[in-house]
Design a protein around this ligand. Sequence first.
Ligand SMILES: [Zn+2]
Length: 303
Amino acid sequence: KRGLPHVHIILWLKKTGALTADEVDKFISAQLPDPSVDPIGFDAVSAFMIHGPCGEGHPSCACMVNGECSKNYPKEYCEKTTILQNGHVRYARPKNRISTKKNGVAVDNAFVVLHNVDLCVKYQAHINVERVSRDGMEKYLFKYFTKGFDCSKVGLQRKRASGESSTCTKGVNEIQDYLECRCIAPNDAAWRLLQFEIHHTNPSVERLPVHLPLGNSVVYNEDDSLEQVLQNPWNQITKLTAWFEANKTYPEAVCYTYAEFPEHFTWHADGKYWDYRRGTGNVGRLANVGPNQGDSYYLRMLL
Ligand SMILES: [Zn+2]
């Protein structure tokens, strides 16, 4: 079971380079607004963005694992937002006199969950906002689609007929009598019955192959002659080789990297060539290449 319906969103800002501490402060806060300056913000953050109370004296809080908060609250105080050397952010959590109450317990900035005050006020809801500091965070967005359904294991027991001895297990298959079930809440069931979309991506993501000369993969039929497959020049054309060709043909092409290319050019699979794009572009993503793959890895870096 995964709690209340919720969404994960990543926003890309039109900006090169990482956010500075001042920019982080513009969007993200880890402190209670001053109630004498922003009472509405203070109320919203108090109502929706306070963790716990957990720690000693609150062992039943959901975050508590082995007597400690699994989310590391209370957090350390910090006067000023700073970008650490590893790229992570230490958000400002000043030790000041501002505090609020959660379930009757007084809490201060050490318990504030990262948020954007305006979003919290506008939607009157818990909205956690953080700066992405790691590559691969976008995988988090798709986590729920790959996790499988909500499941439960259910054990079934046969009702004993009267007179049967209490130790009798005859005719009971213990293995079969455990079922692996799928849990569906009413909102989940309604969503599927009404055939709403479960998953939607826009714009489309176009996968771009990375390979060394003649190192591309080729699809062929089982009974094709391998000799002919290898000699067929058609099989040597890929999105990558065609991209090099497009750079010779179109003067505008040189303005874009391989990854940016699908935003401005369309791949025609039937003729294996790139042409000017009409309409909205795709997002290009280079195929992953591991560092142990030698030259291909560095080729990908260059691309
Ligand atoms: Zn906690």
